[in-house]
Design a binder for this molecule. Structure first.
Ligand code: URA
Length: 235
């Protein structure tokens, strides 16, 4: 016997927290009945669980690294048929979901898995898993500004801070970023959380709007030389 949201997460529907949202939205059926109750316990050996109409079954866990191109949405389907993750994942035999999101214009490392517990460990703010971003921003970012960035600010939806910040040399930056133009800086920002548009909002607060953003690392996983638009199985 297991809690419904835990079962959904372990079967690869989504992280446990997102699974709870799906339950509350009435997208989950137990033995044919909509179940919006979060505490519901089920017995996987007898109860039939469906998500969006499809039967949910335990699968062995997989993890992929994906180099997300620009102009791809971090969703599995899009009602307007804009490019989304589906075109890359549809050939996989497992159903996978993204561990967090990157904005449409942001490129770089995205993890895809069917392991909801793993996703929770990567995403929950209490664990502070490090995300390393390389940003091309407007203006000359000074040492003083980078120091303030590591001290933190009030962001409107709570306090936020960077764990580390440093200027990238032109040579280093060229691995993932276009050449800086006049009065642009290439900066590495390491953060321990994934609030929506966090890095863009953070730089904007310091009057350095972001013109390009790439995630180069998430936890222990690195983008390395994975080509844009390709998937690689990690485990
Ligand atoms: N911060 C952003 O602003 N956007 C992302 O996609 C990721 C982090």
């Amino acid at each position: 016997v297991i809690r419904l949201q835990k079962y959904l997460a372990s079967c690869g529907v989504a992280s446990r927290r997102r699974s709870e949202t799906y339950i509350a939205e009435g997208r989950v059926l137990v033995n044919g009945e909509v179940t919006k109750e979060l505490g519901t316990k089920i017995d996987p050996s007898v109860d039939e669980v469906r998500f969006d109409g499809r039967v949910v079954r335990p699968e062995s866990h997989v993890l992929y690294r994906f180099h997300k191109p620009a102009d791809v949405l971090c969703t599995l389907s899009d009602p307007f048929e804009r490019p989304c993750l589906n075109q890359y994942t549809s050939s996989l035999s497992e159903r996978v979901f993204p561990v967090g999101r990157l904005d449409e214009d942001v490129t770089g490392l995205l993890l895809l898995t069917n392991n909801g517990e793993f996703a929770d460990q990567m995403l929950h703010p209490k664990y502070g898993v490090e995300r390393v971003y390389w940003a091309l921003v407007k203006g000359n970012v000074t040492e003083a500004t980078m120091k303030q960035m590591c001290e933190g600010i009030e962001m409107g939806d709570g306090f936020g801070k960077a764990l580390r910040a440093r200027k990238l040399s032109e040579k280093e930056a060229s691995r993932y970023l276009p050449k800086p133009r006049y009065l642009e800086s290439a900066v590495e920002l390491v953060v321990g959380e994934g609030r929506k548009h966090f890095v863009k909002r953070y730089f904007a607060h310091f009057d350095h709007p972001v013109s390009r953003l790439v995630r180069v690392q998430f936890g222990q996983y690195r983008l390395d030389d994975l080509a844009s638009g390709t998937l690689e199985r990690v485990s």
